[in-house]
Design a binder for this molecule. Sequence first.
Ligand code: FRU
Length: 475
Amino acid sequence: MKKLFAILLAILPVLLYAQDMPTPQWRPVYHFTPVKNWTNDPNGLIYINGVYHLYYQHNPFENKWGHMSWGHATSRDLLHWQHLPVAIPEKEGKDTTTWIFSGSAVLDVTNTSGFGKNAIVAIYTADQPKQKKESQFIAYSNDGGLTYTNYAGNPVIDIQRPDFRDPSVIRVGDKWVMTVAVPDDRKVQFYGSADLKKWELLSEFSKQGDNRKIWECPSLTPLYVDGDPAKKKWLLMVSSGNQDAATGMQYFTGDFDGKTFKNDNPADVQLFVDYGRTFYAAIPYNNLPDNRQTMLGWLMPFETGTYPWRGQMSIPRDLMLKTTPSGIRLYQQPAAVLNASLDKLPAAKKVFKKNVTVSDELTLKGINSNSYWIDATFTPGTATDFGFIVAGEKIGYDVAGKNLYISRSNLGVVSGEKIRIQLLFDKSSLEVFVNGGELVYTTLLFPGKDDTGISIYADKGNVKVDSLRVWDLGK
Ligand code: FRU
């Protein structure tokens, strides 16, 4: 025992040092990270006058979870972010500490709240650990979202529970509708309000889909199925347990009549937003034009540390509902605004190929930055498997099993005459969209110094690459 203690004492400085070793090689180029310190969930996503605001769960002082506050950044293209001061800081009182947990923001165009015309109102969970309480607070900004004043009448909803969080507010007709989680009960509640201050419970939705883990960060979003305005449906997303993984997000599709959400599917049907265990706590942007619905999620860092920041956001993803043989399903695509700007990036080195047959391995020359955006369509040939090798990892398709896999662990079944793979690898995050976003898989990878480059492989035969486009975004 004594010996063990001595060993531990001896290696402690090494462990501590390793924790604080800068890791610039893993800092993403085109995904959001805070300049320094911890981030988790995106909060208060709102688009105003051409500017995308991103608030985020942030510890301003340390590179680990704690002192929760709303960090703030803005962008005009969802690619380049301007870092701004903390917008809503934690509050340290004599008897009460208030942490600013997740929530949303709305633009109060007609001054329903009395906080001013075009005030931005943030609706968030006040987590008060000493009181073992979570309740919903509001705060308003009259300076375009830079600073917020807490409403004197807080809390606006308090149901006397230690777990009651993550309000997501949208405008439905002439009222505000909040979707909020009661995590331990695997339940979401819907509330309605005329002024963002007085809230009335409308209904509850619980114990459907995947109930193995607590429910957090819900959101309710209207979408046109197949883009047809005559076919409106509602997407209810919840962050919770995913298959055998530690975390994940599930979704439901259904109808919402302004009060109650009615699931399209039987209660035991489980549908997942992402097949990895990294993508979590995603919420859609409020106030986007043209019925666009775009979400951002948090890529949860597990074992491997990065320094001086920890945690990153996903690529912004457009949400779509499509009719499939199994019913209405969620499809995701990297936001169209990003796709459109790819070719305009001056430093992006491009590789475009058409109609090449690959047997064995084809290495793409001169692309070593570990920060790329790949879009490829394959027609299966005689190969049993084909796909990409990125930073030493195989991301491929098993033709007979119709399975997408990463390093031999199966992710899910996709089928079709052709397989389209969009692969976004950015230093330490990997997002894979298959067949236009029918299946999405996200993970974190922490490649070693020599793990660079991209190749296409085909095992025991060949595959036809109908088209391949690679943008090297490492600059
Ligand atoms: C999800 C979550 C939320 C909570 C926040 C606290 O990751 O647990 O439920 O509001 O993080 O940081």
